[in-house]
Design a protein around this ligand. Structure first.
Ligand code: PXP
Length: 238
């Protein structure tokens, strides 16, 4: 069975736009699990632009399987070790990027990433590396001793959305998934996915987990609008 991780960062983005408490990431996490999500993903960014330390603390206190995305940074590693989430996915992070733009540079930061992964492995936190679909990066993930990889599907998603030829990119993802699986690394996919991308990628047997955020929250607003408007019309009727 393939698993779905729901990234709720943009619930916090909407909350932060007004600085209040609504919508509440903890409540949305509980609902997502109730409706069938297998885990919740949050990215604690250095600038705390959406999820903050308090959100993390509240969610780890529950039994919700939590996938914490973190930059490869010793301060962030200490936060993970202290809070003990179920999973950690290491991601590259640039302060000015709108969203995670590409996979990790495993060669440049080999020692640092290996050190952080080992510390997390020792604490029995499932480790994952967010990488581009490159065979070399899969091999380096093995050398680093990561238990999983998450393949960056942003490029594939953009090609599909803009009706461009995506076959080559899909082939790269397939090849990396098979290679990682043969090395005993569990394969995940994430970034930019919508219904169509998820459907195409779900045909790759080796991909065991999908982590999807922006589209799910966007669709939730779209699909949920009817109920909220109906409720308000009922309240103000007189
Ligand atoms: N996986 C990783 C590692 C990410 O950094 C992100 C974006 O935060 C996602 C998945 C989810 O991407 P999206 O919001 O585009 O679905």
């Amino acid at each position: 069975m393939k698993r779905l991780g729901v990234n709720i960062d943009h619930v916090a983005t909407i909350r932060n736009a007004r600085g209040g408490a609504h919508p509440n990431p903890l409540e949305i996490s509980k609902q997502a699990i109730k409706f069938g999500a297998d885990s919740i993903t949050i990215h604690l960014r250095e600038d705390r632009r959406h999820i903050n330390d308090n959100d993390l603390k509240k969610i780890v206190k529950t039994k919700i399987p939590l996938n914490l995305e973190l930059a490869c940074d010793y301060k962030m590693m200490k936060i993970a070790l202290k809070n003990n989430p179920t999973f950690v996915c290491l991601v590259p992070e640039k302060r000015k990027e709108i969203t995670t733009e590409g996979g990790l540079n495993l060669i440049k930061y080999f020692k640092k990433i290996k050190f952080i992964v080992n510390r997390l492995n020792n604490k029995k936190i499932r480790t994952s590396l967010f990488i581009n679909p490159s065979l070399r990066d899969v091999l380096y993930s093995k050398k680093i001793n990561a238990k999983c990889i998450e393949i960056h599907t942003g490029k594939l998603s953009n090609l599909i959305k803009t009706n461009k030829n995506y076959k080559h990119e899909l082939k790269k993802i397939k090849r990396c998934s098979k290679y990682a699986n043969s090395l005993g690394i569990e394969v995940h996919a994430g970034h930019g996915m919508d219904y169509k991308t998820a459907k195409i990628l779900s045909k790759i047997d080796e991909i065991k987990e999908f982590n999807i955020g922006h589209f799910i929250i966007g669709e939730a607003i779209s699909i949920g609008l009817m109920n909220v408007i109906k409720r308000f019309k009922k309240i103000i009727r007189k």
